[in-house]
Write a protein that binds this ligand. Structure first.
Ligand SMILES: [Zn+2]
Length: 307
């Protein structure tokens, strides 16, 4: 799905030395041995990147996928599905497609001279792992404790997601925070009695023993390090990777970093566990770009082979 093109390079052709010699360049005949070869003054234009007239993209144009794009030269405003999104000084930007996005998305660059460059992106659909539990009601037990605690937890999570940091991890290839058996895929969903759909799995679960180190998948800034277990997420750690892209790590037994800290790709940021709503020790890794829930598997690529 990657489609990189950087426009047509401007061909700079330097002429050969055919300009007549200026009078000052004519040397006296008395010192012929020191006469330098005749030269002409050639003005070399300053080096600059060729103009980009179109968008280029690398990544997965698929539900749950993330794409790094390069905007046309002199883009002053970039809009994706009607939202204004930031562009880095080198023209790069991030867009992503929610689990239920599609079938198309639109992107518009407004150039400094007012012209617009538009693109329509086709978002490939996916098949999700849907299990039907036709006899089980959706919420079997009322949960007053959950209802009491949840609003404050959600407020804390949403406030963290609104933080804008100088993180530049979005430019890096992401690594797996831990490796092991993938026990639940992103996007999988249960349908309960009377066809009531449960919320889909917003991340990816890797079954690992309690206390397994969790590594930062890319550089980032810690935006939330829950100091008490949340009802669902347990000990929750969130890392901003910049450009609206962030990771959340759930059910940790211990968090090893603090809010505001810069973390580096590959650094240990916490340890796996089963705090919050979890039936066994595992790492739940979820990623979001703005409001779009994205699939970590598409970001980190195939899991490296484990022993
Ligand atoms: Zn999970």
């Amino acid at each position: 799905m990657a489609r990189w093109s950087f426009g047509v390079p401007a061909m700079i052709v330097l002429g050969s030395c055919t300009t007549p010699l200026a009078a000052s360049q004519v040397q006296p005949a008395a010192r012929p041995q020191r006469q330098p070869p005749p030269t002409a003054t050639v003005v070399v234009p300053p080096r600059r990147a060729p103009d980009r007239t179109a968008f280029s993209y690398a990544g997965s144009m698929i539900q749950g996928g993330v794409v790094i794009g390069i905007a046309p030269s002199s883009t002053s405003l970039l809009s994706f599905n009607g939202m204004t999104i930031p562009v880095a000084p080198d023209g790069r930007f991030v867009i992503a497609f929610d689990r239920d996005a599609g079938p198309v998305a639109s992107i518009v660059a407004t150039l400094e001279d007012g012209r617009q460059v538009r693109d329509t992106l086709t978002v490939a659909p996916r098949q999700w792992d849907i299990s039907r539990l036709n006899t089980l009601p959706k919420f079997p037990v009322p949960q007053p404790e959950f209802e009491r605690l949840r609003p404050a937890e959600l407020a804390q999570i949403n406030a963290a997601r609104r933080l804008v940091t100088d993180a530049a991890g979005w430019r890096q290839p992401f690594l797996w925070p831990t490796t092991g058996r993938i026990s639940t895929l992103f996007g999988s969903q249960r349908i309960y009695k009377n066809g009531e759909a449960g919320s889909y799995h917003s991340g990816l679960d890797v079954a690992v023993p309690q206390g397994t180190p969790v590594l930062a998948p890319a550089d980032g800034v810690v935006i939330l390090a829950a100091d008490h277990p949340f009802t669902l997420e347990g000990n929750l750690l969130m890392i901003d990777h910049g450009m609206g892209l962030n990771s959340a790590f759930l059910h940790l037994s211990r968090i090893a970093v603090h809010v505001g800290e810069h973390v580096q790709r590959g650094e240990t940021i916490g340890f796996s566990g089963m705090t919050g709503r979890a039936t066994g020790p595992h790492l739940h890794w979820s990623m979001k770009w703005r409001e779009a829930k994205i699939d970590p598997l598409l970001v980190a690529g195939p899991m490296p082979r484990t022993e």
